[in-house]
Design a protein. Structure first.
Length: 87
């Protein structure tokens, strides 16, 4: 009688599933940590770009209008909208 072996045995399938589970268990925390670091770095870069844009806007305002700009004094806050920063 000729046995035609097609496919995997149950033990082989279980072994593969267990190995994949171990690999996923190791990989997921590593990947999620990298994603968090990248997100934080992106937020920092955006914050820096907005600060520079605000400084540039204030400098241009001073160049055009002299002291007539509505500049905040030391310790005061000023709202600057993103639409004002985009030229």
């Amino acid at each position: 009688m000729k046995l035609n072996k097609k496919g995997f045995t149950l033990i082989e399938l279980l072994t593969i599933i267990i190995l994949l589970g171990i690999v996923i268990t190791i990989a997921v925390p590593s990947i999620s940590g990298r994603i968090a670091k990248t997100r934080n770095k992106t937020y920092s870069l955006h914050e820096q770009a907005m600060k520079e844009a605000t400084e540039n806007m204030m400098n241009r305002c001073l160049e055009k209008n002299g002291e007539m700009c509505n500049m905040p004094k030391n310790g005061e806050r000023m709202k600057v909208y993103l639409s004002e920063l985009v030229d």
